[in-house]
Design a protein around this ligand. Structure first.
Ligand code: CP
Length: 345
């Protein structure tokens, strides 16, 4: 897999279109291989993946662990509540403990923005070979979710060739709590890199107008944007403005745990204004796929009639695709870490 240059994976702002293509192409190969049960791939044999989730997770944690096991890695899980964090050990010292046990990859989720980056820099400064994969940090970034959403959309539009080019010129509406969403931020970098025009929709308290400029400058600490031409971002305040012409709709969980103040009058009111129903989706002009990263607040972001309709709702497909996407990331990072190993089915 020549051309892969990311030692750590912290943020999709640093990904070129070729990087997205490399991950999607590899994930697609992994998805088509029969690697359940005893039929594992030997690619990461002898490697240790430590799953350091300082914040709760169902999908990301389980699918990273499953992905690592399917590549024959050893997996070390960590539970904050029963760890020495409760005795005052720091996050960095906790991570270093797993490095001392031989971890090759740390998958890190933390409620505070920047923690995976801080750990990566501390490891780099110490000359450690261990790499860091961001499993979601604060409001900042959730790269593996952005990649699995990209793959899910590409597969929907072209199941045989689910690569970035099939998304060029598409229009994706992202509805809801953009302000508190690391998933939205990762999707903005990923989708615009692949030539998708994104329409953000929500009230000003959840979708500040400045998000229209979100990808105009690379984030602090990154000198250049590796993508020469990105899709456009626009902001709309109503579904009636945002949905016509959309090729896909993504709705996001209201991040109640991240809202510092009461931003919404009631969840019912939110559902009335921004909840996806069949009638609302008809505004798109044709049947379009609906995505949600999960977990879903059923009846808030979308009605059960949408969530339970597998013909249009791709939520479970997103979960399924999370495993090959995370296999691809672990493979690329472990290969970048030392020698490239071959995929043997
Ligand atoms: N989408 C997502 O990150 O879900 P989890 O919090 O369950 O990992």
């Amino acid at each position: 897999m020549s051309g892969w240059s990311h030692r750590h994976v912290l943020d999709l702002a640093a990904f070129s279109r070729e990087d997205f293509a490399a991950v999607l192409e590899l994930a697609h190969r992994f998805r088509s291989l029969p690697v359940t049960g005893a039929r594992k791939l030997p690619a990461l044999q002898g490697r240790l993946v430590a799953s350091l989730f300082f914040e709760p997770s169902t999908r990301t944690r389980s699918s990273f662990e499953l992905a690592a096991k399917r590549l024959s890695a050893d997996v070390q899980s960590f539970s904050p509540s029963s760890s020495s964090l409760s005795k005052g050990e720091s996050v960095l010292d906790t991570a270093r403990t797993y490095v001392a046990m031989g971890a090759d990859v740390l998958v890190v989720r933390h409620r505070s923005t920047g923690v995976p980056e801080q750990l990566a820099s501390a490891l780099d400064q110490a000359g450690d070979r261990t790499v860091v994969l961001n499993g979601g940090d604060g409001l900042h970034s959730h790269p593996s979710q952005g990649l699995l959403d990209l793959y899910t959309l590409a597969r929907y539009f072209d199941p045989a060739h689910p690569l970035p080019e099939v998304l060029q010129g598409k229009r994706v509406a992202i509805v809801g709590d953009i302000l508190h969403s690391r998933v939205a931020r990762s999707n903005l970098w990923a989708l615009t890199a692949c030539g998708v025009d994104v329409v953000l929709c929500g009230p000003p308290s959840l979708v500040p107008a400045a998000f229209a400029q979100f990808v105009e400058e690379p984030p602090p600490g990154q000198a250049l944007d590796p993508v020469p031409h990105r899709g456009r971002i626009t902001v709309e305040r109503t579904l009636e403005q945002a949905l016509p012409g959309a090729d896909a709709v993504m709705t996001l969980r209201l991040q109640k745990e991240r809202m510092g103040q009461q931003l919404l009058t009631t969840l019912n009111r939110y559902h009335q204004d921004f909840g996806l129903t069949r009638d609302r989706l008809a505004l798109c002009g044709a049947d379009v796929p609906v995505l949600h990263p999960g977990p879903v607040n059923r009846g808030v972001e979308m009605a059960s009639e949408v969530l339970d309709d597998s013909a249009i709702c791709l939520v479970e497909e997103q979960v399924r695709n999370g495993v090959p996407i995370r296999m691809a990331l672990l493979y690329l990072m472990a290969a970048a870490d030392s020698s490239l190993v071959s995929i043997n089915s």
